[in-house]
Design a protein around this ligand. Structure first.
Ligand code: KG4
Ligand code: ZN
Length: 312
């Protein structure tokens, strides 16, 4: 049983083929980061146009790497929501047409469930029930997942997503898009000793206050003629951003008594976040599952895996 996955919801064009045991036969990703970098972020129209150009060569390469032909594919899955409307439409229309031409089923996949499925792709012994923290450029959501992979949202952000805050703070600091990896690089060289606000609402996540606090701090320092200490600001921002996630997830782990936690989405590549959650889960006797680094960002293998799991 072979599933061909398609992902075009943001700035990665990806096609993957996986088998029924979550073996990845190919997972080809063309990133448009370099194209969008000069604009400081993803330009939706340009992203959509590039997906149109990339999708056929990426499909060909995915088939070639897996040593398969199209008539061996049993089902096609594509991200159909959420995402940049023009970008997501390319994958959706392409996937539906392909399924139609091959006379195989088409599975519509929610991108966020795709990230969740990256946990199963990376860990064959993962079996819900679990709590699952999704941390990406567009979302910050804590889910409760039952043994049938049915999800219930427990908590989301009141404003910005955590990855978005990384990207916006990086932009103000003059660091290239996407900001997450750059901030974490600098943060590794500094200690979080710059005083920056770390308050957040009780019932949800919130990142716009933290982002504004960092911007205000930078402006004040500049007005006073002080040098900006990049490693210290990055370390402080990262500390505050991750502390908020730790606090909330700890509350829900204690409240639900669920002993399995998954963390997925682009920000789950952050090493500081990984280390902090590893320590907390050890303390609470909770088993922690993370995606392999190459499956943290957007890719089509996770979309195919979500279709196989039937995450709802
Ligand atoms: O899941 P993803 O690839 O795309 C979305 O679905 O949004 O996540 C992208 C986000 C960006 O905001 C990027 O800055 C962030 O993930 N990110 C990181 C790191 N690597 C990527 N944030 C913090 N630390 C990282 N190492
Ligand atoms: Zn994503």
């Amino acid at each position: 049983m072979l599933t061909l996955g398609i992902e075009t919801s943001c700035d990665e064009t990806s096609v993957a083929i996986i088998d029924e045991n979550f073996g990845i036969l190919s997972n080809v990703i063309i990133s448009q980061i370099e194209i969008h970098q000069m604009y400081g972020g993803v330009v939706p129209e340009i992203a959509a146009r590039n997906h149109i150009e990339n999708i056929l060569p990426v499909l060909d390469e995915a088939l070639h790497k897996a040593n398969l032909s199209l008539d061996q594919i049993d089902q096609v899955a594509a991200t159909t929501e959420p995402g940049l409307p023009g970008a997501v439409m390319v994958g959706r229309v392409f996937g539906k047409s392909l399924a139609n031409a091959l006379n195989v089923p088409f599975v519509s996949v929610n991108h966020l469930y795709g990230h969740m499925a990256s946990l199963r792709l990376s860990n064959s012994n993962l079996q819900p029930p679990m709590l699952c923290l999704l941390v990406s450029g567009g979302h910050t959501i804590l889910y409760q997942v039952n043994q049938n992979w049915e999800t219930k949202m427990l908590c989301t952000t009141a404003d910005d997503a955590v990855g978005e805050a990384f990207d916006k703070v990086a932009r103000v600091l003059g660091l290239a898009y996407p900001g997450g990896p750059k901030i974490s690089q600098y943060a590794n060289m500094g200690l979080p000793i710059v005083p920056i606000l770390n308050k957040f609402p009780k019932n949800c996540f919130s990142y716009s206050g933290l982002k504004t606090a960092v911007l205000n701090y930078i402006n004040h320092e500049k007005q006073k003629g002080n040098q900006i200490n990049l490693p210290e600001i990055c370390a402080n921002f990262q500390y505050c951003a991750v502390s908020q996630l730790l606090t909330k997830v700890r509350e829900y782990l204690q409240q639900t008594q669920i002993k399995t936690l998954g963390i997925c989405g682009g920000v789950s590549a952050n090493q500081y976040l990984r280390d902090q959650f590893t320590a907390m889960c050890k303390e609470l006797g909770v088993q922690l599952f993370l995606p392999r680094p190459e499956l943290c960002g957007d890719n089509a293998a996770m979309i195919a895996a979500a279709a196989v799991l039937g995450i709802k």
